[in-house]
Write a protein that binds this ligand. Sequence first.
Ligand SMILES: [Zn+2]
Ligand SMILES: [Zn+2]
Length: 400
Amino acid sequence: MKKRTLSLTIAALTLCLTAGFATACDEDPHEHIWDGGTVTKEATCTEKGEKTYNCEDCGEIRTEKIDALGHDWGAGVEVSAPTYTHDGEALATCSRCGETQTVVIEKLSYTADAVVKSGESIQAAVDSAQTGDIIEVEAGTYAEQLMLDKSVTIIGKGEVVIAGPADYADLVAVEKLATDSKGYIALVAVTDGASVIVENVKISADPAKASAVSQITHYNYFVGVAAIDASVTLNSVTVKGITFEDHLMGMQNGIALYAAAEGENRTVTVRYSTFESFNKAAAVIRAGISMFVFEDNTVTGMGEQGLIAQNGIQIHCAASIARNVIQQLVYAPATANGYEHGSYAMLVYTADEGAVTVSDNAVKACDNGVYVNVPGSTELTGNTYTDMYEGGVNEEVAEA
Ligand SMILES: [Zn+2]
Ligand SMILES: [Zn+2]
C-alpha cells in the first residue's frame, strides 16, 4: 500500500516537469492557455524589449524578451569620395535613433589601357593613348615634363616620381591666357580643354635646377601642376620643390598648383594630396575655373622665414575647401617691412554670394587663417586654428 502512494506521487511530479510549470500544479495541473501577449517594453536599436503573456485559465504570467532591433543604417551620405587608389568615406545615420557611423567606400576599380615601365616615357604613352585611356605607371623616377592635351587618367603603382627634364631650361612654357599676366612653365601641364586625372604620383621639382627657370620667370609662372583652360583632378598626389634655391626673396612665383581658364566647365579637384616646399603658394585658382574642390589635403609652408610672405591657397572661383590641414606659413623678416606676418592659410577673392564653403579645416602655426575679400561670398564652418601668430587673425571678412 505504501509503495503505491509513492509511485502516484512520482507520476504527478513527472507530469508537472513535462509541462514545465510547477506553480499551478498544487491542486489542478493544466496546460496554460496563453493569450496573444502584450509588448510591455519596446525594443530599441541596442536594448532588448519585453512581451508579457497571461494564462487565460489561471492568470499565470510569463515574459519573453524581444530582440534588440539593430540600427537601420541605410546607404549613408558620402563624405570623402573614393578614388582609384584611395578609399572614400560615408557617414551613415540610423533612421530610428540618429546614431551615426563612418563607413568605408571601397576604392574604384580600373583596367589599365597601357602600362609604363621604369625607364620608359609617360609622355610617349600619353601621345599614343586614346581619349579616356587609363595609363598605369610603374614605380620609378621619370625625368620628363608632361604636356597633357588630351583627356587621360595617369595612375602611379608604387612610388612614381615625375621630376622634370634633366635640364630645366628644356621645360616648355604654356602660352598665357588673355586674362593672365604671364605664361606658365609646369612640370605637369594640362591644356586644350582636356580633362585629366593624376593619381598616386609625386611631382617633385629640384630647386637647385630651378635657376634655369628663374631666368625666365619674369615672363612665366614656375608651377608644379598647371591646368590652363583645362580640367584636372589630383588624387593622392604630392607636389614639392616648386621653389628657387638661388632666388627666394620677394619672388611672387613658385606655385605648386595653378589653374586658369577661359572656356566653360573647367574644374579643379584635389583630394588626399600633399603640397610642400613651394615658394609663393600651394594653389592659385583663378576666376575662370567653374569649381575648385580641395578636400582632405595637407599644405605645409616653409615655416618661419624672412624671404617671402607665402600663402596656402588663393581662390578666385566657386570652391569647396574641406578637411584640409594647412600649416607653417610664417613670414618673419629680420626687419619689419610692413608685410611682416602677412602670410595667410587661405585667401578668398570670389565675389559670388555663397560660392565658397570653407569647412572643418585645421589651420596650424600660421600668421593668419582665412581672409575673405567679399562678405557673403564664403561660408566658414567648423575650422580650427591652433598655435597661430598672436597678432594675426583666424577668420577675417572684409567690410562691405
Ligand atoms: Zn494556467
Ligand atoms: Zn539606431
